[in-house]
Design a protein around this ligand. Structure first.
Ligand SMILES: [Zn+2]
Ligand SMILES: [Zn+2]
Length: 413
């Protein structure tokens, strides 16, 4: 494994020599073009060999069985819809799951593949690896870019390590630092949430007015439990190639420019820009939901998007939600962050509390939401990409969360 740290722009030629190791997920047949690598064949065994090595035999067997069940169910379920965005460029749209998965952008190079983002768990990444082989190309995945440190974009990394004979994880230096500091903690928090989510769903199932609603609750509980048992064991895969501002993967097919444009959704977001195909993958800096600002920089974020907007592209492959076929959704998101930040700043200076502002900063009062059908776009995406039975959560709930996040992070630059 090579580890490079580059202080500045770097030019990298993809190497063409790979002994591809196809990881056959449980319950899946894989393309004949993909050959299993003997050293990596027993994925489950290798995953269980570490921290649980000292556990009692019975406990180990139970854990292994739970893991195998989780992997088998997730890997055999289709978790993504793969859509072509341009020649050799695909968006794998994550379907609604109780534990959210990120989308992935898939760039098919001359001899290998670069994937942007790795979802919330290895079994989801394993499912995508199989789907890419089936629907897109038998070429091996050689690079995974982690657009930022969040768990729903990085926790699946290990599936690529297990499946591929040669793999590098690429991210900004800031993302590597944040993953090192926060990944274990964020995983722990997501696992601590699980029993509360399950209890709420059980209570809802008990009061459900239809069999369909009961089934919905049961399926959500199943997904959360599968996540719990799979993630009891976590192998943190840190970026092996990192950079400050930019890193270029030069390939015969196209160039992929990995670029950091400034603080936005996190301190380390990068975009992957392909000038030849006029596409850009943006992680959560630009996507189809309301922004998540908990780790964000509300004052810098619009400027960072302005910098990204200088690039020449027709399609945005976002971290969540549908493919953007124009720059409009990006502009809408930028304007919303700017308007909301301005209003929260004004309120904070006037001594208003978060609760007070949540009463006055309404969906209807935000011009950026009313313009260009942005509120409808967001509501449609909640409906399509978040699990729900009956109507999804109202948009105002998300705006209220954003108000408290901006309030907390106003001074971050
Ligand atoms: Zn995300
Ligand atoms: Zn994120």
């Amino acid at each position: 494994m090579c580890t490079h740290t580059h202080a500045d722009a770097d030019y990298h030629q993809t190497s063409g020599q790979h002994n591809h190791a196809g990881f056959p997920p449980a319950g899946h047949s894989h393309s004949p073009a993909r050959h299993a690598h003997p050293a990596r064949r027993d994925f489950l065994k290798s995953l269980i060999a570490g921290p649980l090595a000292g556990a009692a035999v019975l406990e180990l067997a139970q854990h292994r069985a739970a893991w195998a069940r989780a992997m088998a169910v997730s890997a055999s379920a289709q978790l993504f819809d793969i859509e072509k965005a341009a020649e050799n460029v695909y968006l794998a749209r994550a379907r609604a799951q109780a534990e959210i998965n990120s989308n992935a952008a898939v760039f098919v190079n001359a001899r290998d593949v670069l994937v942007v983002d790795a979802h919330s768990k290895p079994s989801a990444a394993a499912s995508l690896i199989a789907q890419i082989a089936k629907e897109v190309t038998p070429k091996p995945v050689r690079y995974v870019v982690n657009s930022h440190f969040h768990w729903d974009h990085t926790q699946g990394n290990h599936a690529y390590r297990a499946a591929e004979s040669k793999i590098d994880f690429i991210a900004s230096n800031a993302t590597r630092k944040l993953m090192t500091e926060l990944s274990q903690q964020r995983l722990k928090e997501s696992l601590e949430q699980a029993p509360k989510q399950i209890a709420a769903l059980e209570a809802r199932a008990a009061k459900a007015s239809s069999a369909a609603e009961k089934d919905f609750c049961k399926e959500q509980i199943r997904q959360i439990k599968a996540y719990q048992s799979e993630m009891q064991r976590f192998d943190l895969e840190l970026p092996t190639i990192t950079f400050d501002d930019s890193y270029v993967v030069k390939d015969q097919e196209h160039e992929l420019h990995l670029e950091f444009h400034g603080h936005a959704h996190t301190a380390g977001d990068v975009v992957v820009y392909c000038p030849q195909r006029r596409v850009i993958a943006t992680g959560d800096m630009i996507h189809g939901f309301l922004p998540y600002i908990f780790d964000g920089f509300p004052k810098s974020w619009p400027r960072t998007i302005d910098s990204v907007a200088q690039r020449d592209f027709d399609h945005v492959l976002p971290g969540h939600g549908p493919l953007h076929v124009s720059k409009q959704p990006m502009t809408n998101m930028r304007n919303y962050i700017e308007e909301l930040t301005m209003r929260v700043e004004r309120g904070k200076k006037a001594g208003k509390s978060v609760a007070e502002m949540q009463k006055t900063i309404t969906v209807a009062s935000l011009k950026s939401l009313a313009s260009n059908g942005y509120a409808k776009f967001l509501s449609d995406n909640l409906y399509k990409f978040e699990p729900h039975f009956g109507p999804p959560d109202p948009l105002q709930d998300g705006v209220n969360t954003n108000i408290s996040e901006v309030f907390k992070n106003l001074d971050r630059v």
